[in-house]
Design a protein around this ligand. Structure first.
Ligand code: TYD
Ligand code: MG
Length: 452
């Protein structure tokens, strides 16, 4: 028998999939204990007097012309967004508590010469004003509000007609049509849906701030990722003062673009030359350090890979890694052991990417394996040398993407030689002239050059 009253589904807070009944594990994303009940509000179920929206021809839409982006005047943010804020887009800004999301959001509004609205249910208006004073923002176009009811927020947007709205944070917004606490999956989904609607209807840009949990996942807001146009994450380490703004999804721009900032007394300051920042405290002529020209989005950034290999005190050796994939590290250790006959099975290995950067690019393989071998052999890698290349299971060195860009940046920072993949180097057409290139097709050949 079908119940006539409420309809409930079970929503996964990790991936947003819904199910008719509760399950311990989400079959879609395989996370445990993420499903919770979501009562579908009455208004959402098919009503009889629904009016269909009219369709428009593509030609008419094109005739209206390109929508102009609103520059935030913060170069790093504009680049990550793909050239400024696009009117009518919904943006999710995620990050750990205390990382600087509110600061960044406020700074973004500070220079926008358009009517804007900052909605914060987390902090009082006085607190926001104090922060604005500290950041030296005195925009006359900015309105503050402490509202956290989604219907009232929508009303404020309609009456104040702002062009950019910041909601700090989505976890505090709630809707009456759902009877669960603010911050729950169903509340976030419902408010997100309503904000998305107004965003598209009125062409207003809404930036939703979402807190990430300690484990690095945005509980709840994560499922908003499907709904929004752009997902930005502000990352960083408590131990360092630099912050990385990363775009992981962007319907209107490039993904994987990064912006780098330093948190200072007057807010987030742009870092114009990140390589210099990451190499600033580099120790030279120490075994276990290799330099790798990483590519973050379209921008090359030089990073130092550090490795430490020591004999294991316990039966099972430790493998610890910061900023690099642990499984990839295990693979590289196996290559060292099998192809280069370097015994790694009884040794602890620690790998660290200096400065809290995280790299998924396989082009870093050669630098990682080089740093490990350097530490194991206790022979330093020449200080003006960079290492690039993907390492395959047979110990071969494979070509990487955008080699030229990486080499140009290395040359600019004064590096004199580079170990590069043979195949990729032949294809590259414009490499800096005054650098010495060693073209290799295997790790063994690379090691013959680095550790003669
Ligand atoms: P905040 O933007 O409140 O973080 P979030 O909104 O992500 O929780 O920033 C919190 C931290 O930033 C806090 O520890 C203080 C520091 N901070 C500065 O160092 N300089 C500044 O100018 C501001 C505004 C904050
Ligand atoms: Mg905040």
């Amino acid at each position: 028998m079908k119940k006539s009253g409420s309809i409930a589904v079970f929503l996964c807070s990790n991936c947003g999939t819904d199910y008719p009944k509760w399950l311990g594990q989400c079959p879609n994303c395989k996370e445990w204990g993420t499903l919770s009940e979501y009562k579908v509000p009455k208004s959402k179920r098919g009503s009889k007097n629904r009016t269909p929206s009219e369709s428009t021809s593509l030609k008419d839409v094109l005739k209206k012309g390109q929508t102009n982006r609103i520059p935030t005047c913060i170069t790093e943010v504009d680049r990550v967004l793909g050239g400024g804020i696009l009117p009518g887009s919904l943006i999710l800004l995620g990050g750990n508590p205390g990382i600087g999301k509110s600061t960044l959001a406020l700074q973004m509004l500070g220079k926008v010469e358009k009517p804007s609205l900052y909605i914060s249910a987390e902090e009082s208006e006085d607190q926001i004003a104090m922060r604005a004073k500290r950041l030296q923002i005195s925009s006359s176009e900015m309105q503050l509000s402490g509202e956290n009811h989604v219907d009232n927020i929508l009303e404020q947007i309609i009456s104040l007609k702002p062009e950019v709205v910041i909601i700090d944070s989505i976890q505090t917004v709630y809707s009456d049509s759902i009877d669960s606490l603010p911050g729950s999956v169903s509340q976030i989904r419902e408010s997100g849906q309503q904000l998305l609607q107004i965003c598209k209807e009125r062409g207003v840009t809404i930036i939703l701030i979402g807190h990430v949990t300690k484990e690095g996942i945005i509980a709840g807001p994560r499922m908003l990722e499907h709904m929004v146009d752009t997902v930005l994450y502000l990352e960083g380490d408590d131990r360092y003062d630099h912050r990385i703004l990363r775009s992981v999804k962007n319907r209107f721009g490039a993904t994987n673009e990064v912006g780098i900032f330093q948190m200072q007394a007057k807010g987030l300051i742009e870092v114009e030359n990140p390589s210099e920042l990451f190499l600033a405290e580099r120790s030279v002529n120490v075994a276990g350090s290799a330099i790798f020209p990483s590519l973050e989005g379209t921008r090359p950034i030089l990073v130092e890979v550090q490795a430490l290999v020591s004999s294991a005190n316990f039966g099972t050796p430790q493998r610890n890694v910061n900023g690099f994939d642990l499984r990839r590290l295990s693979m590289l250790l196996a290559v060292l052991e099998k192809r280069l006959k370097l015994p790694m099975g009884t040794r602890d290995t620690f790998v660290n990417l200096v400065g809290g950067l995280r790299i998924d690019d396989p082009a870093a393989d050669l630098a990682v394996i080089g740093a490990i071998a350097s530490s194991a052999l206790d022979k330093p890698i020449p200080q003006d040398m960079i290492l690039i290349g993907e390492v395959g299971l047979a110990g071969e060195v494979r070509s990487v993407s955008q080699l030229e860009k990486r080499l140009v940046e290395s040359q600019t920072l004064g590096f004199k030689s580079a170990i590069v993949p043979k195949f990729g180097f032949k294809k590259a057409n414009q490499t800096p002239q005054n650098m010495k290139y060693y073209q290799v097709d295997s790790v063994r050949k690379a090691f013959d050059i680095i550790f003669p």
